[in-house]
Every structure is written in C-alpha cells, then in structure tokens.
Design a protein around this ligand. Structure first.
Ligand code: GRF
Length: 202
C-alpha cells in the first residue's frame, strides 16, 4: 500500500511512520514532499532512502499550479494515500480532487475543538483539562474533515504548551501510524448514510 507524506518542518511524525509502518504490512512510503526545500523532514526521508521533492510556492505561478505539480509527483510515485505530517499549507480543491478521501492529517487537539494554528496554545488559553490528538480526512476546510481516530489525555495541571506537547507528540506518533494501518487494510470507510462520519472496521 504505497503512501506519500507531506511535511514542512521537523518531521517527528514522518520519523514515526518510517520507523513503524514503512516497509511493514505492505505499506511503503514512496515519497516525501515539502513546501520547504530545507525542511529537516526531507533529510529524515533521504536518510531512510525515500525519494523527496520540494515544491516552494515562489517557484510556481500560484498555489493551484504548485499543487498540480505536487499532485503529479505523488501520482507518478503511485501513492494511494497522502499523509500530512506537519504540512503547514492548505491544499487547493484541485489537489484534493485528485485524491478523494485519500488525504489524512494529524492535528494536536480533539477536533472540532481548536482547529487551525496554535491548537495547543488555544486549548491552554481556554483552560481545558483534556487535551488530545485527531487524525482526520482532509477536506477543503481547515481541520474540518471526517474524523478517523482520536485520543485524549487528561492534564488538569498542565503549565505550558511545551509540557502538553510532550504528551501530544507521544500520542501522535502512535495514532498516525495506527490510522495508516487501518486505511491500508480497508478498515476505514465513509458512512454512506452520513458522509461526515467515518465507520471503522475490524
Ligand atoms: C504536529 O504536532 C502535528 O499535529 C501538527 O504539526 C506538528 C508536526 O510535528 N499538524 P512534526 O514535524 O511531525 O514533528
């Protein structure tokens, strides 16, 4: 089950994928793309022998053209799933149309609470006691697509974002590979009666 990963930054979630599902259970990361040529995530991919490419916005006419080039590269590598692992750009409708219900994202909050940037900081400012992680399908909104997996963690005395992120990252590094495994074995499908909802099989 060939997958592509998009990442803009550090790439700790990419690393978790490379260290767990990659080359196991028939799942292979066939390419890692980024909007940032110097992203540490790309170096992690190269170290694992995975093909990489950068698609900076300023090298293309506009976002639609950039995303078309990105989609062509992913499709040429044969990926059946696109995993956003800290990819800090919105994908255009044209890109999403190329991979229907085949783009997933990991978000550091229990959606639909705290979508968008600085989710952990937003949750802290709100004074929540339960933090968490969501893996969801990507639609045209910001962190609005159908939810695949979620896991919460009670942190009633969390002092700052760094403390919360320690827990969040540990959860992300388990939950994202778990979601990829479920998708690869066909255990994730959209509820025919309610396209907002995902049904999980065994
Ligand atoms: C993660 O916290 C993820 O939830 C968010 O971006 C961060 C990426 O971290 N979407 P890393 O680059 O995988 O370390």
């Amino acid at each position: 089950f060939p997958i592509a990963v998009l990442a803009s930054g550090t790439g700790s979630n990419l690393q978790a994928i490379l260290d767990t599902v990659h080359l196991r259970d028939g799942i292979e990361v066939v390419g890692v793309g980024s909007n940032v040529a110097g992203a540490p995530a790309l170096a992690r991919a190269r170290a694992a022998g995975v093909a990489t490419a950068a698609f900076p916005l300023d090298e293309h006419a506009d976002r639609a053209a950039r995303d078309a080039a990105l989609a062509d590269w992913i499709a040429a590598r044969g990926a059946r799933l696109v995993v956003l692992a800290g990819y800090m750009q919105l994908l255009t409708p044209g890109f999403l149309a190329r991979f229907p219900h085949a783009v997933v994202n990991v978000h550091p909050a229990l959606l639909p609470a705290f979508p968008g940037l600085r989710a952990v900081e937003q949750a802290l400012e709100h004074g929540v006691r339960v933090f968490g992680v969501t893996v969801h399908f990507v639609d045209e909104g910001v962190d609005t697509g159908p939810i695949i997996l979620q896991r919460g963690v009670e942190l009633p005395r969390a002092a700052d974002a760094a403390e919360v992120f320690e827990h969040i990252h540990t959860i992300e590094h388990e939950l994202l590979p778990e979601a990829i495994r479920l998708i690869a074995r066909g255990a994730v499908r959209i509820d025919p009666a309610n396209p907002r909802r995902v049904l999980l099989g065994p």
